[in-house]
Each structure stands twice: as structure tokens, then as C-alpha cells.
Design a protein around this ligand. Structure first.
Ligand code: GLC
Length: 477
């Protein structure tokens, strides 16, 4: 079945000449300034384009922002697939695979980022990172991107190669192994994904679990006939994980009403309050936030301490990977529309809500000045997130949701895209924006941040180019 055509409302408003110029400028920044070459071929993009400073106009290499991050390259690779530039994507996937750790303690993990120095690749698995945080999302993104590449390019020979097959085996061995608990989730330390600083996102944070689901399903599909038993185990794990997420992470007003009245201190196998959660941990702001129709996946579940914060990327991926049913996806879009004063405000989209403040900020972040309330990861606004929402909403029609049901979310996308169009070039494609409305460029934001630039190009492409590409990250059916 071919996905339905774009809604008629997606005819971009405003000055077409200005829009064309912005899109062209963004493409030039991506292809001419951000793209890096490894072994003589384009291989992916730097996290941010180095700025020329001083009288000599020398390029400033700021911390690790001139490295190639796997997570920052997700939108880059998706855009390259859309453009049919398969060779660059394959080169990127091969380089990452070559860097997959062979060390006994980290066997199978992929690096957060890497760069070329004197003809040699240097990778960061966390041993160079600020605070020595480890990124788990990079490893989980690799099979998801590999699957999207395979679907789009039809390069079955690549997928069947020994290098790819053994890479997937190593990757799955990280997950499909006995543990100390009977739960299909992956335990991680604080700051193991896009939020790579302490923010009380340790344990089983949503984004990791959702990526794990995508990684398991993609990896199972990539495995060849010789690995069918392994593929079956990965699928079975993913099936349990989805059930777990829907049971413990999904909330709406009805669910909260039930949760608030549960007994506590229950012992035994068949209980209704498995994690012994007290009603007092359920915050009152949820009443406004959920309203009558809203629903979302909460940030984390832990014994006695659920995390009710809303994390934008984990929720969008929950929809894109169809962890959420179509009805739940609609509830999520309704929630975003209902809370656009918070999530969008002056700059789409806020990364998580609400921010940690006061004593909580002090104790949990360790006085992190970058993550003060309403800043950076702690409630800041990240334009690189909008294309994920666009992708999630645009898949809705093919999931059986009607034009009337999706109308408000589609209108929101149209409006938010135009906010990006007007503001991002003026604010030099900043990495993130601070403050309760996201009006101000982030205090320590890099300018000309690649995923801001390519995120804009993708939103533009999905809304006004070819919305059928919203299916590019669909998991195997
Ligand atoms: C920051 C962000 C991280 C990103 C990196 C490079 O560390 O927190 O998510 O990958 O910058 O852009």
C-alpha cells in the first residue's frame, strides 16, 4: 500500500524566494562545510562547523564538536538516504563497524564519536568524554540505520557480508544475555544518550529502551539464514520489551486514575503495584499536562521512583517504531498540541519537561551550570528534534488515523516549520535555545550545528518535498 499523499495544508506559506534561499544555504552548509572525508571519501558530518576566529581567521576546533558523532549523524544519514547518496551512508556504516570495540570489557559497543588524525581513526567510547559518560544510543542506532540503508538501497550483499553479520552478533551479545533481573529493559548509567550529562536519567531511561526495541527488530531482520535462532531471540526480547513499555511507561488520565488508587507494599508474583510506587510520587502538573485526551511514555520506571518527565525524542521514536498503537500515537500528538505553549513556545522543540529546579537540580546534576533550569538538556529547546515529530505525525495517515484526527498536529508542524525558517538562519543554526520559551540562543550553544541544519532540511523535505519518506525509519514488518 502506498502511503497517502500530503495534506493540502502543506503548501509552504510565506516568501518562496526566501525559503528557497534558506534551503539552498542549509544544503551548502551541510555538503560543503560540515561533511568530512575519511580515506578519501565523504563519510559523515562534523557535529558543528568550525568557526573562523581572530585576525588570522583560523578555524576553532571547539572541544569535540569537530568530531563525527554517530547520534548527530542520524539525521544526516537519513537525509543522504532520501537523496539517494547510498555510498556515503555505507562508508559511514562501515567506518563505525570497523570501530566497534573488540576490547573484552566493552566488546561490541560502537563509539560515541570519532575523527581522523594523521591518517588514523581516533574513537571516543567514553574514555575521552567529559565526565567519562558512556553513550549507549550510538550502539543502538547502528543497526537501525543499517536496516534503513538496506531497505532503501537494496544492498543485500552488504548486509549478508561476514563483517556485518559478525558485527550484529557482537552487538546482540551485549543485550541477549542473562542478567540479575527478569525485565527486558537495558540498564544504563546517567547520561548514556543524547542527554550526555547527569540529569537523573540512569536506570532504564525511555530513549534507550525505545532505541533498544528498534535495534533488536532491525538486527533480527539483518541477520542471515545461518543466524535464525539468534534473530528469533532478538524478536522475542523486543516483543517482551514492547509489552513492558506499554505496561509501565504509558500513561494517560485513565491510567493515572488507576495508579493513584493502587495498594502498596504488595508481595508475590501477581500484584498490581510491581514497583511499589506511592501515590505521592505522581505529580499534580500531570493533570493539566495530560488533559482529557493526552497520553505519553514517561521518562523512566524504577522501584518507588518513576520519572514522569516528558522526553520528546523517546516519545517521537515510540511512535515512529510503532511501539505505540495508532490510538496511542494520536493521544501523543494531542498531548504535544495541548502543551505547545511549553514544548514549542518560541522555538520547537523542548527536549524534556519540566526542568529540574532548586535542590533537585543541585543534587541530581551536581550543580551543573550547563544544565541549569530551562537550559541545555534541562528543559532547553532543540531544533534538531522537530523532524522526528514531523516523521511521527506524517506516518499517521498510513496508520489509519484520519485527516480530522491528525489536523491539529499537522497544523502545528506547518507553524513550527515556519518558526524554524524565520529564526534558525538569523540565530546562526544554533545547537539549542535557553529559557522557558526558547527565545534566546543557548548560553554555550555552538553555532552552525549540523543536526540543526540537517534537521531543518529534513522537516522541509518531509512536509513539502516527499512525505512518503516519513516511512524511511519504519521497522521491519
Ligand atoms: C552535546 C550533546 C550531545 C551531542 C554532542 C555533539 O554533547 O549533549 O547530544 O551529540 O553535543 O553535538
Amino acid at each position: 500500500m502506498s502511503p497517502p499523499q500530503p495534506p493540502a495544508s502543506f503548501v509552504s506559506q510565506g516568501d518562496p524566494a526566501h525559503e528557497r534561499a534558506v534551503v539552498e544555504a542549509a544544503r551548502q552548509l551541510l555538503f560543503e562545510r560540515a561533511m568530512a572525508t575519511i580515506a578519501g571519501h565523504p563519510a559523515g558530518a562534523l557535529a558543528a562547523i568550525p568557526q573562523m576566529r581572530g585576525a588570522e581567521k583560523t578555524a576553532v576546533h571547539d572541544l569535540n564538536y569537530t568530531e563525527l558523532f554517530i547520534r548527530d549523524n542520524v539525521p544526516v544519514m537519513v537525509y543522504l538516504l532520501v537523496e539517494g547518496k547510498f555510498e556515503i551512508v555505507r562508508h559511514f556504516l562501515d567506518i563505525c563497524l570497523g570501530l566497534q570495540s573488540r576490547e573484552p570489557l566493552t566488546l561490541g559497543i560502537f563509539p560515541t564519536s570519532f575523527f581522523e588524525e594523521d591518517g588514523r581513526l581516533v574513537a571516543d567510547y567514553g574514555q575521552r568524554a567529559i565526565g567519562r559518560v558512556t553513550s549507549v544510543d550510538a550502539t543502538l542506532w547502528w543497526p537501525i540505520l543499517a536496516h534503513a540503508y538496506l531497505r532503501r538501497s537494496g544492498d543485500h550483499a552488504w548486509a549478508a557480508s561476514e563483517t556485518v553479520q559478525s558485527g550484529i552478533e557482537r552487538l546482540l551479545a551485549l543485550v541477549l544475555k542473562p542478567g540479575f533481573r527478569d525485565a527486558p529493559t537495558l540498564l544504563v548509567p546517567d547520561g548514556a544518550f543524547m542527554i550526555d550529562r547527569p540529569l537523573d536519567v540512569w536506570g532504564t531511561p525511555l530513549e534507550i529502551q525505545v532505541l533498544l526495541y528498534g535495534a533488536l527488530r532491525s538486527a533480527a531482520h539483518l541477520l542471515d539464514a545461518r543466524h535464525q535462532e539468534l534473530a528469533r531471540r532478538a524478536e522475542e526480547w523486543a516483543r517482551r520489551l514492547r509489552g513492558y513499555l506499554l505496561k509501565f511507561f504509558w500513561v494517560n488520565t485513565k491510567v493515572i486514575e488507576v495508579l493513584r488508587r493502587r495498594p502498596t507494599e504488595q508481595y508475590g508474583e501477581r500484584v498490581v503495584n510491581e514497583y511499589n510506587i506511592q501515590t505521592e510520587t505522581i505529580p499534580h502538573w500531570l493533570q493539566h499536562w495530560l488533559g482529557l485526551r493526552g497520553g505519553y511514555l514517561i521518562g523512566n520506571i524504577r522501584t518507588g521512583r518513576p520519572d514522569f518527565r516528558f522526553f520528546t525524542l523517546g516519545n517521537c521514536l515510540g511512535a515512529i517504531f510503532d511501539i505505540l498503537s495508532p490510538v496511542q500515537q494520536l493521544a501523543l500528538f494531542d498531548l504535544v498540541v495541548h502543551n505547545q505553549g511549553e514544548l514549542v513556545a518560541e522555538m520547537p522543540l523542548r527536549i524534556c519537561h519540566p526542568p529540574l529546579e532548586g535542590e533537585k537540580w543541585r543534587s541530581v546534576t551536581g550543580f551543573d551550570p550547563k544544565n541549569r533550569p530551562w537550559c541545555y538538556h534541562n528543559g532547553g529547546h532543540w531544533p534538531c528534534l522537530l523532524w522526528y515529530l514531523a516523521m511521527a505525525v506524517l506516518r499517521g495517515r498510513a496508520r489509519g488515523l484520519s485527516a480530522t484526527q491528525l489536523g491539529p498536529a499537522e497544523q502545528l508542524l506547518d507553524r513550527t516549520y515556519h518558526m524554524h525558517l524565520a529564526r534558525l538562519p538569523r540565530q546562526r543554526w544554533a545547537e539549542y535555545f535557553d529559557g522557558p520559551t526558547g527565545l534566546w540562543t543557548g548560553q554555550q550553544a555552538r553555532y552552525y550545528q549540523t543536526w540543526t541544519i540537517v534537521g531543518f532540511l529534513l522537516t522541509h523535505h518531509l512536509l513539502y518535498g516527499d512525505p512518503r519518506d516519513a516511512h524511511i525509519l519504519d521497522l521491519p514488518t
